[in-house]
Design a protein around this ligand. Structure first.
Ligand SMILES: [Zn+2]
Ligand SMILES: [Zn+2]
Length: 307
């Protein structure tokens, strides 16, 4: 029996600044329970959501890495559609300084009145952005030529494994007492002895962790943010031969991305923000593989189940 489905990751757009036939502008959807978390919202995001079957939810949050047009220009259209659909639930958006001004200047200029509350939070530097729904989102600065934040989605730690043998040896039968302990509560046995959850549960297990860097050079803050990530989605605008160009334009090569994944001990790396010059991106993957084996180029509409 496979583990229950916890979430779904969908790449909505994976290009760099210019779209191609195969790649739209940057956006990533993470469906977690009934919540929808979008990371960046490049032009065309909402149409990609329709094609991918990523519906909205009661709780929708959008996390912007930075205010460059390729990462934000899908927002006005998405807001308009949400209003035409008569959305009533609040929408929460997060991003660096300038997000509030962008939204507040664009809405009146296209005479867009929203049918829902829009909560805008500008963030700066390191810290927890949201938490409390079984997961948290953390952020830290990336290294780009605009104020830029990378994000980490982290599922709350799961309880440790239940040691059935140990429980048996302590006199816990197979009845409901086990589920009391498995839920983290103490159990008093008929003989008056108290069994603590820590007697029968292993150490807490790390939940699912996904990091999205947005546009960035290789940077130690991002390595720190990405420690032990199940999935690292890293800027990979250039191939190895264009390292100088990557550095000058505050982007990464596929090898920079692989280095970050290796140093962070990530489990899986997706190369993202692929320049339109790479019609065939297998070169990026091949170069990255020399330093980090579990790597893939992110492709538009590719979808991954998280269990
Ligand atoms: Zn970009
Ligand atoms: Zn940028």
């Amino acid at each position: 029996m496979s583990a229950p489905l916890k979430g779904r990751l969908v790449f909505l757009g994976t290009s760099a600044g210019v779209p191609t036939q195969d790649r739209g502008l940057p956006s990533i959807a993470l469906r977690w329970g009934g919540d929808l978390l979008l990371f960046d919202c490049g032009e065309g995001t909402q149409r990609q959501m329709v094609i991918a079957g990523v519906g909205l939810g009661r709780k929708v949050m959008i996390f912007f890495t930075h205010m460059h047009g390729d990462h934000v220009l899908g927002l006005p259209g998405l807001l308009m559609t949400m209003s035409l659909m008569n959305r009533k639930e609040k929408l929460e958006i997060f991003g660096p300084r300038g997000l509030d001004k962008f939204v507040k200047s664009i809405l009146p200029s296209v005479r867009l009145g929203l049918t829902f509350d829009l909560a805008i939070s500008e963030i700066d530097g390191e810290g927890k952005v949201v938490g409390g729904s079984g997961y948290s989102v953390y952020s830290d600065k990336a290294d780009h030529h605009a104020e830029s934040q990378a994000y980490a989605f982290v599922e709350d730690p799961r309880r440790g494994r239940f040691d059935a043998e140990k429980a048996k040896s302590l006199g816990v039968g197979e009845g409901p007492g086990r589920s009391v302990l498995a839920k983290g509560m103490e159990l008093e046995l008929p003989n008056g002895r108290v069994v603590k959850p820590s007697d029968v549960l292993g150490p807490p297990r790390q939940g699912f962790k996904m990091v999205y860097t947005g546009d960035t050079r290789y940077c130690e803050r991002i390595v720190r943010l990405s420690k032990g990530a199940d999935v690292l989605i890293h800027d990979s605008t250039f191939d190895e031969s264009r390292g100088d160009e990557a550095y000058e334009t505050y982007h990464s090569t596929c090898v920079d991305a692989a280095r970050a994944a290796r140093e962070a001990n990530a489990k899986k790396l997706f190369l993202f923000h692929i320049s339109a010059r790479y019609r065939d991106p297998s070169l990026l993957c091949k170069q990255a593989k020399k330093y980090f084996s579990n790597v893939e180029v992110a492709e538009d509409l590719a979808s991954f189940e998280i269990r």
